[in-house]
Design a protein around this ligand. Structure first.
Ligand SMILES: Nc1ncnc2c1ncn2[C@@H]1O[C@H](COP(=O)(O)OP(=O)(O)OP(=O)(O)O)[C@@H](O)[C@H]1O
Length: 263
């Protein structure tokens, strides 16, 4: 969590150019427009939360940033010296969930081998991969789980393994799609604390999709509100995440976001 948030009246882009700028972004899936003219900025070094009702296009937005969907419009990605389209090398992505076929005896070691090396699994996992996997797991607070079956991990452990995988090779932008969706409150809190720690320690830019307004209020610097494929508001959580404002943005009867805790 970044505490030094500039006043809302000063655009973030004046202080430092955004890491990602989306201009009039259109994405069609199955012949239907899903993102409709999205114009938004992702502030460098900050944690940005994307909120919206089910089906509003949040996952589509993240997958477009990761380069998975074709789009019309512009995405300017100002990473390092390269001002260009998103490059998978610079973007880490943690999906909502990993579906593991219980009939396939996949271990955490295998998962890292598949992700970090082009060598077929039947040739065994190289020492280099094992060492890198251990370093990455250490960063997310997991030790000695390399030989555990992926299918037997708790939801919280699995999300941290996916986070460790997304940290290779040192992305500048980390995209998290409801990263704590299926895990209990304690693990959720720990997961968000870990993200905030990475953000502070390395300055990594984070974009996370979440329905948990309390976590967003605690950990995010900026919020993008998506509704029916359009950005309808963006700004600091303190301004946007009031019950009145949310009701105005999304319409009272249709609001399905978790309630905001009274402070
Ligand atoms: N591959 C696809 N082909 C066709 N339509 C799709 C595809 N992926 C998503 N959609 C549709 O796009 C719309 C937005 O989906 P998306 O998953 O981006 O929403 P979301 O805001 O992430 O929803 P949720 O909060 O439920 O995860 C939905 O109507 C969905 O059915």
């Amino acid at each position: 969590m970044n505490t030094a948030v500039p006043p809302a009246s000063i655009p973030l882009s004046v202080i430092s150019p955004p890491l990602v700028a989306m201009q009039d972004l259109w994405v069609e899936l199955g012949g239907r427009p899903i993102l409709c003219g999205v114009t938004a900025e992702i502030a460098r070094g900050r944690i940005t939360a994307v909120i919206g009702l089910n089906g509003s296009g949040k996952t589509t937005l993240l997958r477009t940033l990761v380069g998975e969907y074709p789009y019309r419009g512009r995405i300017v990605f100002r990473c390092g010296h390269d001002h260009s389209r998103p490059n998978p090398e610079h973007v880490g992505y943690v999906p909502q969930r990993l579906i593991v076929d219980a009939r396939m005896p996949l271990t955490v070691r295998d998962l890292f081998a598949l992700a970090l090396s082009s060598r077929p699994l039947f040739l065994g996992v190289s020492r280099r991969v094992v060492q890198r996997a251990e370093e990455l797991l250490q960063r997310v607070g997991l030790r000695e789980i390399l030989d555990r079956p992926v299918d037997g991990l708790s939801g919280g452990q699995l999300q941290r393994v996916l986070l460790a995988l997304a940290l290779e090779p040192s992305p500048e932008l980390l995209l998290l799609d409801e990263p704590a969706g299926g895990i209990d409150f304690k693990d959720q809190q720990k997961f968000y604390e870990l993200i905030a720690h990475f953000n502070q320690e390395t300055g990594i830019t984070v974009v996370l999709v979440s329905h948990d307004l309390n976590m967003i209020r605690s950990f995010a610097d900026r919020v993008l509100c998506l509704h029916q494929g359009k950005i309808i508001a963006q700004g600091p959580p303190q301004e946007l995440l009031t019950p009145d404002h949310l009701a105005r943005l999304f319409g009272t009867g249709t609001l399905r976001l978790a309630p905001v805790a009274s402070s």
